[in-house]
Write a protein that binds this ligand. Sequence first.
Ligand SMILES: Cc1ncc(COP(=O)(O)O)c(C=O)c1O
Length: 455
Amino acid sequence: MNFGATNSEIEKRIDELVDIIQNEHQKINAIKAADPDKRIIQSSILEEYKVLRDKPIFYDYLASGRGNGVFVELVDGSVKYDLIGAIGVYLLGHSHPLYTRAHLEAATKDVIMCGNLQPYTEAFKTSEAILSAVKGSKLEHFWFAGSGSFANDTALKMVWQKKAPNYKLIAFEKCFAGRSVATQDITANDGYREDMPTKIDVERVPHFDQNDPENSISKTIDALNAVWAKAPGKFCAMMMEVVQGEGGFIYGTKEWYHAVCKWAQEKEIYVWFDEVQTFGRTHKLFAHQMFELGEYADIVTIGKALQGCGVLFSKELSPRPGLIAGTFNGSVAGLNAATKTINFLQDGGFYGDNGRIAAIEKKIIGELNVLKSNSCSKKIGHIGGVGTMLSFEVGDAGGEVSKSFIKALFENGVISFTAGRNPTRIRFLVPVTITDKQIDDIMTIVEKTIHEVVS
Ligand SMILES: Cc1ncc(COP(=O)(O)O)c(C=O)c1O
């Protein structure tokens, strides 16, 4: 990034501070139980915070601000393995040197937030880095948004404007698109929009069926043809999570994606990939690239691991003046970290069949399978996922047992979350900086917890 206030002394001090701060974080390198005195402090803050939010916090969790890779320290003094990373935000883990540097460099600038009307070089550089990763595709433009949901709102407005008055949208069963007024209607779980008026006309079709792979193409295409037959020509786009996050890490075969995207292309509706959760996490920077779907992508939304959010879109989808705007591009530190994250991920040996992400996937899935075949037989069900999005089922894969399991896993030192309903899966969003030894240690805790919770 370009420094704001700068001279050689400031640059030298930033280098020194990065080292000093990193040294402190690196002292956190093993899980640890809470300190009883600090536990009281944490509990009382959480009690008060619960009142302010009018909603309890799922875990007894209040981050201290110290962490190291997969380790996070809480205010109660405990240290845990963080395998959920704020549902996908901490792809590089905690206190990555890149984050420390991004903050310190941003501190030399004259503002905190980067505005749309008066942009900073960070916004330009992040846009450039994102778009150079999809060079040669139709995605030639990028627009920032304040959240994944708002990126999706923006994308929806773009496809609506181009296809007006054909506003119907195709989405997928079990999909999650966010919680804005628009995206709550796209999200499949109707429990998330109780007593809300319905605003968006959405038809949902089945995603890939992991229990019936052979018939998956025909099941989806038949469903697509059926919704089309109800309202031919009335649709604007097909919106797809390449790997369904909230749905339970459901993903298809290359053949399934190609058949489904081809169908949309033939019907002349836009293909929209929601990569808010998948960005950075599969065997390529974008999950749609992993399945070679670049030729179909008209519009792609990203967020979370980027440390910013936004929409990549084709020239054809350029909105007319007035449709999209907004105050912020993001914080200067966030945008600085976003550019650095893209460069780090692309240059760090993470992607491809022999990249670190594929190796992490293989090791975690392999170790879960060993547990399933040995000490945890009949206690672990489906094991799957892709890249750093991995999941498995425990017991009968019901909501109760899965929730009990993740709560016990938390107490034993590993933070995870659930995904999906019927079945509910245990969801890991693993940081790319995890080591093999840490995975071994985590699996020992998983095994112990399964025996504690699943009878
Ligand atoms: C696939 C997908 N789309 C959209 C969103 C919404 O993003 P945000 O929570 O940043 O609004 C999420 C968040 O979990 C997501 O996983």
